[in-house]
Write a protein that binds this ligand. Structure first.
Ligand code: ADE
Length: 232
């Protein structure tokens, strides 16, 4: 089994890269695909770059050229639900792209026109494995629910209220929903695991700078536990 791991930023993949036994590096679409082993599992780790288009290209290359059997996306996110704070972890069970709007034609916001699904659902088994991996780490609160994605860094209280109300979102980020769409179209199991770096409100960019390193450490730790478990 080959596991594809996507992080949007260097910081999100560098701990993993330092732990894995690197066997090959291939550059495609200006992205470095690092193939090798971690705890006996075959993995391909890649930094996609930020945003939906980068993440979608990256996911499709992982599927076409690296034959991955599943995709795990890790990284940080803004918390959009009450009681979710920096350091907490959100495991997505469903993804919606909150910036898709063809409501002029009567579609629900987030619905990709003429697709037969509104949300993209994560694989049940991978969700359970992520939940189990969280339990092994002390002092991490984890939540499972919807994550919303858009090409926007959210930093307004009004907007987080809207995302929570409209989509029942627990967290917002900028890649998960497009990775989910690609995985869905290719019938590849996937899960998105995000650690909260800010509360997507007026202080989001300051909180982000402060909490992102802790959040990244948390999501990497979960991923390591998951891979250890998947290889058994
Ligand atoms: N990733 C981390 N924090 C975020 C936010 N507030 N909005 C979008 N993506 C994020």
């Amino acid at each position: 089994m080959i596991i594809g791991i996507i992080g949007a930023m260097d910081e999100e993949v560098e701990i993993l890269l330092s732990k894995m036994k690197l066997e090959k590096v291939q550059v495609k679409a200006n992205m470095r695909f690092n193939s090798g082993k971690l705890y006996d599992s075959e993995i391909v780790v890649v930094r996609s770059g930020i945003g939906k288009v980068n993440a979608a290209i990256c996911a499709q290359i992982l599927i076409d050229d690296f034959n991955v059997d599943n995709i795990i996306n890790v990284g940080v996110a803004g918390g959009t639900a009450e009681d979710i704070y920096p350091g907490d972890v959100v495991i997505a069970n469903s993804l919606v792209q909150h910036d898709v709007d063809t409501s002029a034609f009567g579609d629900k916001i987030g619905q990709i026109p003429r697709m037969n699904t509104y949300d993209f659902k994560c694989d049940r088994d991978l969700i359970e494995r992520a939940q189990m991996a969280c339990k092994k780490i002390e002092n991490i609160k984890n939540f499972t629910g919807r994550i919303v994605t858009g090409d926007q860094f959210i930093c307004s209280t009004e907007k987080i209220k809207y995302l929570n109300r409209e989509f029942n979102a627990l967290a917002c980020e900028m890649e998960g929903g497009s990775i989910a769409q690609v995985a869905y179209l290719n019938n590849i199991p996937f899960v998105i695991i995000r650690s909260i770096s800010d509360n997507a409100n007026n202080g989001a960019s300051m909180d982000y700078k402060k909490f992102a390193p802790i959040a990244i450490r948390n999501s990497t730790e979960i991923l390591k536990n998951m891979i250890m478990n998947l290889s058994q």
